[in-house]
Design a binder for this molecule. Structure first.
Ligand code: SF4
Ligand code: SF4
Ligand code: SF4
Ligand code: FES
Length: 980
């Protein structure tokens, strides 16, 4: 399109607003409420322009061919100034003593842009107190310009639906749950609102008093200074005041650092700038992340206090009897080298095992497996994807060829139908959940949820189905069979792209709808409804997580999902595909980079001589030929006396592995155990040597998120004195064992990975600079694949494979002695057992402990209430825990979040595993419940967001503002030519 803007011909695209077009061409149109990722909000009116002679908001105007636009006509200029005058009547300009004076304050910058010297509408204080009740951020109504960005972000991006503006009130303000304090509201502290606020009305508490040179002054002094600033305004005008504040801002530039990192918590892969002043984290600023944009959850936005915790390990520790003593790095490393060498000499390399970390970087995973294979000579190396993701990977390997999400988060957003199976997405992968919630709320996306619990996604779903525990395989197969039997399969896709239909179809014979209804407890009608929804939807994505994988047929159920997608042609196209949601930040990358007993980096099998030859030539060693032990087998091997030593990094294995009592008993039998971590974890208690590592903010490297996205993290802080990044420690261990490695920077490790691994051939730090990212496979020329299988599936003939199905039934079933099923999983606020997040005071305040969820029916039957202590006893162990009565669970099904080291759910779980991958069947656990005499406080304080009452609405609802009697479109009442 061609437009004429201020007399010059300009091009425009269909997906742009007029504001975008004007700013892209270097124009300086004011726009306060508009935010590219929120779209037009239309509350501020500062972007008024003349379009074909009429006043219009540029943010809400789509460009059209031949359009004539003036941004500087007398009428447009007058409208812009009048609109901004109204904004200043809601905001005290005291920039020099404001923590938001960092060059990015929209109000400050617009004052300057419009060359405002004096405001015509005087500032009017609002009759409300500042709300500082939330531990992470505060709201100052007097500074709030009522732009509604926060409301839009909360309602339509995060879709927590907490915020609104009471437009009809004489003194409108932002409301939490319609008028609650922030602390008592449904606010989940995701930070979206704070991130998008264009001024200082919403601010991170970590900024307050820390960002500016004069902002840490006492409140009374600060008020005096604000009064001085305001006092000189009538005489000097804002120009002079802004000059002073800009000088102060320039001084800040020298001491505030902004460093890009990638979130250390879950596998969504959010990235953001970390603002720091020395070691103080001022704020997390998400904006450019390819996975998240402005989005975060509470952990990524506010969960970083652990980095400066006094509990950090800052020296190696060596066991001395039942305690530990500090040791020098040299002593600890020499001891490790001596003991590992002795054990290798006495019992062979396979007497040693290595556990890598999915919190660590790709480069660290690579070095860990290189240490195991090339220095010690064993394939006994694994990572915690064994505990969660291996079955999903297996299901995809069997059917489509690559063990990763088949598309991107953007594809999930575009789907017409999203099916979520065994995933508490809103708590475990919060930012992915925002995309589903948002598409569902605003774009008509259909949502079907299969789960045991009625969690947030289930409550939002168009259809929520609750099958009996461990029976997903059956309904998946029955629906697929129904689609094939009723001519609802995509036969053209099957003909062109898929092998193995006949054998697969035969295997489906037992999976009739009647049989599925009998086994799953779901009605035939419900299953048929789902089948028809799938058949009718043009684009279907299936999201699944540990509710599927952590079963004895986790691999088969994951395979069944992929089979269903193949039968319905839901691969290869945008908006379709298979999305196993990866748990840890780098659980995908840990396996991708070879910390697996059967694969070298890039899923290259250890028993392939050609593959081995390539690595042997590069590493100049002979490599072990047979596949090694996975971490489940390692524990058995310790008990059998064949595994004598383990070197483990960043993994709380003693309580996150299933059947924790058995694992702990194994660790006690080890001859030598090295644990490397940021804190003295539960697992450290079993160690002989503990090595102090640095967390992600203190190192360089790359992580790979759930959408196969490789992203760089930059060092935000120096490693805390005494600790070291894991890659340096692994290199020290290797060199004390005589390896002679000399990596100076993780980029050199990545270059080596790329040279040996076709999957990552084109990956380099240069190509990943800043916010650039690559989604594997990455060809040598740097071409990546956000959507897989667009040309062919990852098998030699390019065709996918339907994999035959059979049903065995879950293990560890309830009986008369153990009569209840206990499910478990993550919680929004804490990551996993909480080793990092319990060191964040705000998170601790909101969510101080764990609990067991009990249904109202069962609570009544057993005579208990929230806060009653109960003892859960399984066939493998017991825990004492407080009950939380909630209708999220039903009948005789319990749920225990895993956010506790002391009350670890894995004291209850078994050693049953998925046959194909050895992933523990965590979700197949039966218990009995003894109600104890003690009744305490509810384990969930009233200030937890789960007690809030959201106020869903379409967005900021600006139409209600326009209906106010005191509102008129600016520029329509007075016309002034201003000098710009
Ligand atoms: S949930 Fe809370 S922190 Fe998140 S956008 Fe809404 S009000 Fe803001
Ligand atoms: S608090 Fe909300 S409405 Fe007020 S200025 Fe900030 S983003 Fe705008
Ligand atoms: S925990 Fe996950 S969703 Fe939350 S900010 Fe980090 S990567 Fe994003
Ligand atoms: S930027 Fe257009 S109305 Fe606010």
């Amino acid at each position: 399109m061609r437009l004429r803007i201020d007399g010059i011909d300009r091009d425009a695209r269909q997906d742009e607003s007029l504001v975008d077009v004007i700013t892209r061409h270097g124009g300086s149109l004011p726009h306060v409420c508009y935010h590219a990722q929120l779209g037009a909000i239309e509350t501020c009116d500062t972007c008024m322009v003349e379009v074909n002679g009429q006043l219009a908001r540029a943010c809400a105007t789509a460009p059209a061919d031949g359009m004539v636009v003036s941004t500087v006509s007398p009428r447009a200029s007058a409208a812009q100034v009048e609109a901004f005058d109204r904004i200043l009547s809601n905001h005290l300009l005291y920039c020099t003593v404001c923590d938001n004076n960092n060059g990015n304050c929209t109000v400050h910058n617009t004052t300057k842009l419009l060359a405002i010297d004096h405001q015509r509408i005087p500032f009017r204080s609002k009759p409300y107190e500042v709300d500082s009740t939330n531990p992470f951020y505060r709201y100052d109504p007097d500074q709030c310009i009522l732009c509604g960005r926060c409301v839009e972000a909360c309602q339509n991006v995060e879709v927590n639906e907490t915020l609104s503006i009471n437009w009809e009130d004489p003194n409108p303000r932002v409301l939490w749950d319609g008028g609650s304090t922030i602390q008592e509201s449904s606010c989940v502290s995701c930070g979206h609102c704070v991130t998008v606020c264009p001024c200082n009305a919403l601010m991170e508490k970590s900024m307050l008093g820390h960002a500016g040179f004069f902002t840490s002054l006492k409140k009374s002094t600060l008020k005096g200074m604000i009064d001085i600033v305001k006092g000189v305004e009538p005489e000097t005008g804002y120009g002079a005041i802004l000059q002073v504040s800009e000088a102060e801002h320039a001084m800040r530039e020298h001491r505030i650092r902004r460093t890009k990192t990638v979130c250390t918590y879950c596998g969504v892969g959010c990235s953001f700038d970390v603002w720091t002043k020395d070691r103080h984290i001022l704020k997390i600023a998400p904006e450019h992340g390819p996975a998240n944009g402005i989005s975060t959850c509470v952990k990524g936005k506010f969960g970083w206090d652990f980095v400066n915790s006094p509990d950090r390990l800052t020296t190696p520790l060596v066991r001395q009897g039942d305690t530990f003593r500090p040791a020098s790095w040299d002593e600890a490393l020499s001891l490790i080298a001596r003991r590992l060498s002795d054990i290798k000499a006495a019992s062979g390399p396979d007497a040693i095992g290595f556990i890598s970390s999915s919190k660590c970087t790709n480069e660290e995973s690579y070095l860990m497996q290189k240490l195991a294979r090339a220095v010690i000579g064993t394939n006994n190396v694994d990572n915690c994807s064994r505990y969660c993701q291996a079955p999903a990977t297996m299901g995809l390997f069997r059917t489509v060829g690559y063990g990763g999400d088949s598309g991107s988060i953007a594809d999930i957003e575009q789907a017409d139908l999203v099916i979520v199976i065994g995933s508490n997405t809103a708590e475990s992968h919060p930012v992915i959940a925002t995309r589903v919630k948002s598409s569902h709320k605003s774009n008509g996306q259909r949502l079907i949820v299969f789960d045991l619990r009625e969690h947030e996604m289930a409550r939002r779903a168009d259809l929520f189905l609750h099958p009996k525990p461990g029976t997903d395989l059956v309904w998946l197969n029955a629906i697929t069979r129904y689609l094939l039997d009723h001519g609802l399969a995509d036969s053209a896709f099957l003909d062109q792209w898929v092998n193995g239909l006949d054998e697969y179809r035969t295997s489906l014979e037992p999976f009739t709808m009647e049989e599925a209804a009998r086994i799953t407890g779901l009605s035939i009608e419900a299953l048929q409804t789902v089948a028809h929804e799938i058949a009718q939807a043009k684009r279907v994505c299936v999201l699944w997580a540990m509710g599927v994988t952590q079963h004895n047929q986790g691999s088969d159920t994951s395979t069944a999902i992929s089979n269903l997608l193949l039968v319905t042609g839901n691969y290869t196209r945008p908006g379709t595909g298979a999305y196993p949601l990866r748990g840890h930040n780098n659980v995908q990358g840990a396996s991708d980079h070879g910390s697996m007993p059967n694969n070298l980096p890039g899923y290259q099998p250890v028993d392939d001589p050609q593959v081995r030859a390539r690595f042997e030539s590069a590493w100049q060693v002979a490599l072990p030929k047979r596949k090694g032990l996975d971490n489940h087998q390692m524990v058995d091997a310790i008990h059998h006396g064949t595994l004598k030593a383990i070197y483990l990094i960043g993994e709380e294995m003693s309580i996150v592995d299933s059947n924790a009592n058995y694992v702990g008993a194994g660790f006690e039998k080890l001859e030598f155990f090295v644990v490397q971590d940021v804190f003295f974890s539960e697992t450290c208690r079993f160690a002989d040597v503990v090595l102090p590592a640095s967390p992600s903010l203190e190192k360089e490297g790359t992580f790979t998120s759930t959408e196969r996205r490789i992203q760089r993290l930059y060092q935000v802080l120096e490693p805390l004195e005494g600790s070291l990044p894991d890659w340096r420690i692994i290199q020290h261990v290797a060199n004390h064992l005589g390896a002679g490695w000399n990596y100076q920077h993780p980029s050199e490790v990545m270059d080596e990975i790329a040279s040996l691994t076709p999957l990552f051939a084109g990956v380099s730090y240069k190509r990943l600079e800043g916010y650039r990212s690559l989604q594997w496979p990455v060809a040598a020329d740097g071409t990546d694949e956000p959507l897989l299988y667009t040309k062919h599936f990852a098998f030699p003939d390019g065709k996918a494979r339907l994999f035959p199905m059979s049903w065995g039934g879950p293990t560890d079933q309830p009986d008369s002695q153990f009569d209840l099923h206990v499910n478990n999983g993550r919680l929004l606020e804490h990551f996993h057992e909480g080793n990092l997040t319990y060191r964040v005071p705000g998170i601790r305040e909101k969510t101080p402990d764990t609990w067991v969820e009990v249904s109202p029916q069962l609570a009544e039957e057993r005579g208990l209430q929230s806060g009653t202590w109960v003892r859960l006893i399984s066939r493998y162990g017991q825990v004492r825990v407080r009950a939380l009565v909630t209708d999220r669970v039903q009948g005789r099904e319990l749920y225990m979040p895993m956010n506790s080291s002391e009350i670890a759910v894995n004291r209850l779980t078994s050693s049953h595993t998925d046959a194909a991958t050895n992933t523990p069947a965590y979700k197949e656990t039966s218990v009995r419940m003894d109600v104890l005499a003690e009744v305490g406080e509810s384990p969930l304080p009233r200030i937890n967001s789960r007690f809030g009452h959201p106020t869903p609405q379409k967005g900021v609802e600006v139409e209600r503002k326009w209906k106010r009697p005191d509102y008129h479109i600016p520029g329509s009442q007075f016309l002034r030519v201003i000098n710009r």
